[in-house]
Design a protein around this ligand. Structure first.
Ligand code: CO
Ligand code: CO
Length: 304
């Protein structure tokens, strides 16, 4: 727990360990079925981030029975179930309570070989960093709540957030990488900082190479930013240095809290372009090399 890993790992035998995780949240899109899919993909992601194979899941439901139709709950659960089927995961139970605020998620159990666990620490100088999904879902979700974006943006981020990190995870395991985490609430730079905290290395992020949704740029320029974005920036002021010539909207997007974001993978340089090519061929089409791990400045993230 002191290493703030994505999921808990418990060794059963020399060949097998279980990976356990839990995630749930309030709706971030209006469509109940899509919300169910996103919540499930998000919960499964912490197993994928460690290189594990999710096997079973249990539903966690908080539902305001007096104010919302039961058909909404049904659609959420079907969305989640369809995503579990896609992941090859079996739903084996769950628990629901009545609550004023709707929440849904999963507890997930998977397996992994104890020697093949991919931790979020373990980056090495010379590694290149691959990010597998575009940023900006937090900014766009904030705009959705204020009805400030069109259907197209909603469809785009819904598709991204409901996409499993499975393909990227399997390719990462086949290659052999040094570290991985999934990008969620702390934003890209928050998770990047977490990866090098207490290590003997630093990171350079090439801001121009970071994929993001076009709507996030427009909205950030209008000042539509989630509260968590500011908190993420403040939390890491001591560790992260953003060059003067990085545009403000981009500096904002790099701290945007993500839901069901992509994997950030630290891979030896000699393997990086081949892993990236394989990802593109496998349909992880927005994956990009966004930076590198460096010896100096130690313990710092430089964005240029
Ligand atoms: Co995570
Ligand atoms: Co999580």
């Amino acid at each position: 727990m002191e290493r703030a890993e994505d999921a808990g790992v418990y060794k059963l035998t020399d060949d097998i360990a279980i990976v356990q995780t839990l995630d749930f949240f309030t709706p971030i899109v209006d469509d109940p079925y899509a919300f169910g899919q996103i919540a499930a993909a998000n919960a499964l992601s912490d197993v994928y981030a460690m290189g594990g194979k999710p096997l079973t899941a249990m539903n966690i439901v908080c539902f305001p029975q007096k104010t919302l139709a039961m058909s909404i709950l049904k659609d959420i659960l079907v969305g989640g179930l369809d995503k579990m089927h896609e992941a090859g995961v079996i739903l084996i139970g769950g628990h629901s309570v009545e609550d004023d605020e709707l929440k849904y998620g999963l507890s997930v159990t998977g397996t992994i070989h104890p020697a093949k666990v991919v931790f979020n620490t373990g980056v090495r100088a010379g590694d290149w960093l691959i990010l597998t999904k575009p940023l900006g879902t937090g900014i766009i979700s904030t705009a959705i709540k204020g009805a400030l974006v069109g259907e197209e943006a909603v469809t785009r981020i819904t598709k991204s957030m409901s996409t499993l990190n499975r393909g990227a995870s399997e390719l990462m395991q086949a290659t052999g990488v040094n570290a991985c985490t999934d990008i969620t609430g702390f934003g890209l730079l928050g998770h990047v900082a977490e990866m090098i905290e207490g290590s003997g290395v630093g990171m350079i992020i090439d801001s121009a190479a970071v994929p993001f949704f076009p709507e996030a740029k427009e909205l950030a320029e209008m000042g539509i930013l989630p509260g968590g974005l500011h908190r993420n920036r403040e939390f890491r002021t001591g560790m992260v240095e953003v060059a003067q010539d990085v545009p403000q909207y981009l500096a904002d997007i790099l701290f945007d809290p993500q839901t069901s974001g992509g994997l950030l993978i630290s891979v030896p340089k000699r393997e990086a372009t081949e892993l990236l090519d394989r990802m593109h061929q496998a349909g992880v089409s927005e994956a990009a090399i966004i930076g590198e791990v460096v010896v100096k400045p130690k313990g710092r993230v430089i964005v240029r």
